[in-house]
Design a protein around this ligand. Structure first.
Ligand SMILES: O=C(O)c1cc(=O)[nH]c(=O)n1[C@@H]1O[C@H](COP(=O)(O)O)[C@@H](O)[C@H]1O
Length: 283
């Protein structure tokens, strides 16, 4: 689908950011333990300082920043206000913002989540949102539609990095395909003919080993690969996991970078190291 007069599609904007800044997503996950390590109190002021510092250090250089909504929501409405400011400031500084809220609901309620995160008029408008297809891929239709209309994107949970995901995602359907492969095929259909990259991505853990059984390249969209750093995966292992689809991978690191704060240079050096390592294997 093309947008002769609409906003530039997320996939196009992401491809450009990956090519110019290097393919890396850094998560903004203000864990209580990280706030403590940074010498901050576990309160709204600490949250705001943590998020602001991360944005100041990284938003002008990494392709994607991924604030994890739960760590903001736990402070109630004032935490959500910090999330709003974080998203806006990171976007203003040039990063694409992927809000990680893993939303999923029946279609009519999904429309409200879509209006919250994917409509350009919303205070929480983000370039992309993580969503769960496990109420049925079709339940995501309102989010797909809103994303298309607003030049935004989705990252749909397909093969998650946590070991518990297998019981759902590797389950085999009556026609012999796995649930995860079915999700990937739906995404391939959303992204058909998109150039240079579709706007509807999959979340595929970097921790999972060889995934050659899955149609990752066919997705023709970005593959968010969490699990690098604290969960044990490394950039060097990406080609073995993603094979020919590695060029579409956006590796995602949260604690592995954040543990180097609050020093701005420490955060920047760490993100640069990860981005360089990824570039080395992606080419
Ligand atoms: O959607 C995600 O970002 C995600 C999917 C997944 O399969 N596994 C996963 O760890 N994540 C998120 O990625 C981040 C991982 O953080 P670190 O383990 O500190 O790098 C957290 O915000 C998780 O919620």
């Amino acid at each position: 689908m093309t947008y002769p007069e609409g906003p530039e599609p997320f996939g196009t904007r992401l491809r450009r950011a990956m090519d110019t800044r290097g393919p890396l997503c850094v998560g903004i996950d203000p864990h209580a333990s990280l706030l403590r390590d940074w010498g901050l109190d576990d309160d709204v002021a600490g949250l705001e300082r943590f998020a602001r510092t991360t944005v100041e250090a990284l938003a002008d250089r990494v392709a994607v920043l991924k604030p994890q909504s739960a760590f903001f929501e736990r402070f109630g409405s004032r935490g959500v206000a910090v999330l709003e400011r974080t998203v806006a400031e990171a976007r203003e500084a040039g990063a694409l913002v992927l809000t990680d809220a893993k939303r999923g609901d029946i279609g009519s309620t999904m429309a409200a989540y879509a209006a919250t995160f994917l409509d350009r008029g919303s205070p929480l408008f983000s370039d992309a949102l993580t969503v769960s297809p496990y109420l049925g891929y079709g339940s995501l239709a309102p989010a797909v539609e809103t994303a298309r209309a607003n030049g935004a994107g989705l990252f749909v949970l397909a093969l998650t990095s946590n070991p518990e995901g297998r019981e759902v995602q590797h389950a085999v359907r009556e026609d012999g395909t796995t649930v995860a492969a079915t999700v990937l095929r739906h995404l391939a259909a959303e992204n058909a003919d998109a150039e240079p990259l579709g706007s509807f991505g999959a979340v595929v853990g970097a921790t999972l080993g060889d995934l050659s059984a899955y149609p990752l390249a066919a997705v023709n969209g970005p593959l968010l690969a969490p699990g690098i750093g604290a969960q044990g995966a490394t950039p060097a292992a990406l080609p073995a996991v993603f094979g020919g689809a590695v060029r579409n991978v956006v590796p995602s690191v949260s604690r592995g970078v954040l543990k180097n704060g609050p020093n701005i240079i420490g955060l920047r050096d760490s993100a640069t190291r990860f981005a360089d390592e990824v570039r080395k294997v992606v080419g």
